[in-house]
Design a binder for this molecule. Structure first.
Ligand code: NAD
Length: 459
């Protein structure tokens, strides 16, 4: 069976990829188990690190091919794809460094013996990845799993499997034993669920929508599998009137339109202090008009098409709801005449907390702008969400910045910046945005089990 991928920028067929069967899942997980208890287990940590560094080098050697593949498959601007391919290489190098530095403990305990704790791999890990940052998320889940001696069976999103498939080839080229890193292509409901339910899978790492994440958690409950979830977001961008206005405007555009807004960390709720609300709203609309939308393969493109026309339909339904519920459409909301799944950058002004466009994750180039009076109201509005993944605060008052940062319920936050992901720091969400932290050394906790061994030394 095959799936024909469609190129978002043209609407034309891109390539065909195989679709595996549930029997293939069983074979792959058994291979992963064999590798886990066999050859992979016997490789010492220094050699494991060498393999990971070799894979990072191969990612760099093939960066142009991988970036072009990612841009054509997802529709993301080529300069973003280059950054994400670079990040994937950095991630493998970072966790290569952890292989022989993260270990157990000797613990002061009973006088009559010795207490040891070992930090051991969990086993075959089932990893499920979404379509918005395919190679980045593939690497930041797989690398810590492999570094700690686990094996990986990974399912990319059915729309965007190409870079994960290429990474599996590069892993073999780097010298990873067969069965250590396997990529299976297919649908979530069939192949994703089969991976999660397989009795030999010991740990499930999922990134995707909150709705599917809830199902993943239910499925994993049967075997008490370890689960980590990176889910949706509806992050707030809080703009105080003493901010660096020009930087705040530039960031409000880039941090909501990056990846055409198909970003779990998108600052899609813009909260602006009343005293600068009109000036800020006007400048934001100008900034949205100035965004260079076009062919993802051109260097100057800042925003490409959405991933599929069906996803664009879903975003358009939200735009219709925004209008129907009384928000002011200040720009965008149109499907341009060019081919491909493009959608113009969209600003809604005068949004209200109860509106659907403020409550739901739209996952497209759409922001909802709301005024606030003071610090207390800004915090209340920011926290009035089922999600808690990211966010930004713009102010020159460092005391206020830190007070507000501490009060906002979220896993990641930037002050005077629109950034969210830092390879060396834990990343993840609170509330319905997820469970657990990836990246940084914290990610290693997902992929290790503590085992305590007591040795009686009495004569
Ligand atoms: P999705 O939940 O539809 O799919 C994600 C992955 O899960 C895909 O590989 C899909 O095939 C698979 N899947 C779907 N149904 C499944 C099932 N029943 N069982 C097992 N697997 C299944 O999400 P998407 O549309 O690909 O991605 C967008 C979502 O991902 C957004 O909500 C976004 O916020 C979220 N996301 C979160 C983060 C984060 O780090 N928090 C990062 C990127 C994306």
């Amino acid at each position: 069976m095959i799936t024909t991928l469609i190129e978002p920028a043209t609407g034309e067929p891109l390539t065909d990829v195989p679709r595996v069967s549930v029997d293939d899942v069983d074979r792959a997980v058994r291979n992963a188990q064999r590798a886990f208890t066999g050859e992979w287990r016997r490789i010492n940590t220094r050699d494991r690190a060498r393999l990971m560094n070799k894979l990072a080098a191969l990612i760099r050697e093939n960066a142009d091919e991988l970036a072009t593949m990612e841009s054509r498959n997802v529709g993301k601007p080529i300069r973003d794809s280059r950054d994400e391919v670079g990040l994937a290489a950095n991630v493998f190098e970072y966790y290569a460094g952890a292989t022989n530095k993260i270990g157990g403990q000797t613990i002061p305990g009973a006088a009559s013996g010795v207490l040891l704790s070992f930090r051991e791999p969990v086993g075959p890990c089932g990893i499920i990845v979404p379509w918005n940052f395919p190679i980045a998320i593939t690497s930041w889940k797989s690398a810590p799993a492999l570094a700690m001696g686990n094996t990986v069976v990974l399912k990319p999103a059915e729309q965007t499997p190409l870079t994960a498939m290429r990474l599996a080839e590069l892993a073999l080229e780097a010298g990873f034993p067969e069965g250590v890193f396997t990529v299976l292509t297919g649908s979530g409901s069939e192949i994703g669920e089969a991976i999660i339910k397989h009795p030999l899978i010991r740990k499930v790492a999922f990134t995707g929508s909150t709705e599917v994440g809830m199902n993943v958690m239910r499925l994993a409950a049967d075997d008490i599998k370890r689960v980590s979830l990176e889910l949706g977001g509806k992050s707030a961008n809080v703009i105080f009137d003493d901010c660096d206005f020009d930087r705040a405007i530039a960031s409000a555009a880039s941090s909501s339109l990056g990846n055409a807004g198909q970003d779990c960390c998108a600052r899609s709720r813009v909260l602006v202090q009343q005293s600068i609300y009109d000036k800020f709203s006007k400048a934001l609309v100008d900034a949205f008009h100035a965004i260079n939308v076009g062919d993802p393969l051109r260097d100057e493109t800042e925003m490409g098409p959405l991933v599929t026309t069906s996803h664009r339909e879903r975003v358009m339904q939200y735009i219709d709801k925004g209008k129907a519920e009384g928000a002011t459409l200040a720009c965008g909301g149109e499907v341009p005449s060019q081919r491909g799944s493009y959608l113009s950058p969209t600003v809604f002004l005068d949004a209200k907390p109860e509106m659907t466009i403020v409550r739901d994750e739209i996952f497209g180039p759409v922001v909802a702008v709301m005024p606030f009076r003071d610090e207390a109201e800004a915090i209340a509005l920011a926290n009035d969400s089922l999600y808690g993944l990211s966010g930004s605060i713009w102010t020159r008052d460092i005391g206020r910045a830190l007070r507000v940062a501490r009060a906002i319920e979220t896993g990641n936050l930037s002050i005077n910046s629109g950034s969210s992901v830092h390879l060396e720091a834990p990343f993840g969400g609170v509330k319905r945005s997820g469970l657990g932290r990836e990246l940084g050394l914290q990610a290693l906790d997902h992929y290790t089990e503590w085992k305590t061994v007591y040795i009686d030394t009495q004569s």
